[in-house]
Design a protein around this ligand. Structure first.
Ligand code: APR
Length: 173
């Protein structure tokens, strides 16, 4: 079964999918941006569960329940801070998407939504980050038959336009 990829403009905390992905930091103890929004919407029990996880390495991902969110689970992943692109940032960003999909596959999840990881506070240029997001998801979902739909949840109209353009092309590079 082919997984459908789509982009939409929304607040990711409102999406009733099996899992939303959080662009967290390595402590997993909350922050600003989408991390702050997810913790606010999920409530304090999410932080309590995160405290038990012992942090998360850049490029890795860890799963918690969704608590007060409409999503059943949260997959917390830590993107790279942009430092010019020659310190492994592309590989680490790709790893965030790959590991999140692997976790969703492992837990038999069917629907998943990503924010634009690393493109806010962490400064990753949106166009380059989107090429990595779309390419990595396309190359990884095929290995997990249970994943039916992946949503790229954009917070701005500009980001949505970039995702929609790249999703229309077969080879976004
Ligand atoms: N829904 C969807 N996307 C959102 C939301 C939301 N509610 N809020 C912010 N975003 C978007 C931003 O506009 C950006 O496109 O998420 C993307 C990622 O931006 P950040 O949240 O700043 O995440 P990131 O750049 O990965 O930086 C992570 O920021 O919040 C801290 O604790 C976090 O230290 C970590 C760092």
């Amino acid at each position: 079964m082919r997984t459908s990829l789509r982009a939409l403009r929304a607040d990711i905390t409102t999406l009733a999918v099996d899992a939303i992905v959080n662009a967290a930091n390595s402590s997993l103890l909350g922050g600003g941006g989408v991390d702050g929004a997810i913790h606010r919407a999920a409530g304090p029990d999410l932080l309590a569960e995160c405290r038990l996880l012992g942090g998360c390495d850049t490029g890795d991902a860890k799963l918690t329940r969704g608590h007060g969110l409409p999503a059943r689970y949260v997959i917390h992943t830590v993107g790279p801070v942009w430092r010019g692109g020659r310190e492994g940032e592309p590989e680490r960003l790709a790893s965030c998407y790959r590991r999140s999909i692997e976790l969703a596959g492992l837990h038999g999840l069917a629907t998943l939504a990503f924010p634009a990881i690393s493109t806010g506070v962490y400064g990753y240029p949106i166009e380059a980050a989107t090429v990595i997001a779309v390419t990595t998801v396309r190359n990884t979902v095929g290995q997990h038959a249970n994943i039916r739909e992946v949503t790229f949840c954009c917070f701005s109209a500009d980001d949505l336009a970039i995702y929609e353009r790249l999703l229309r092309t077969d080879r976004p590079e």
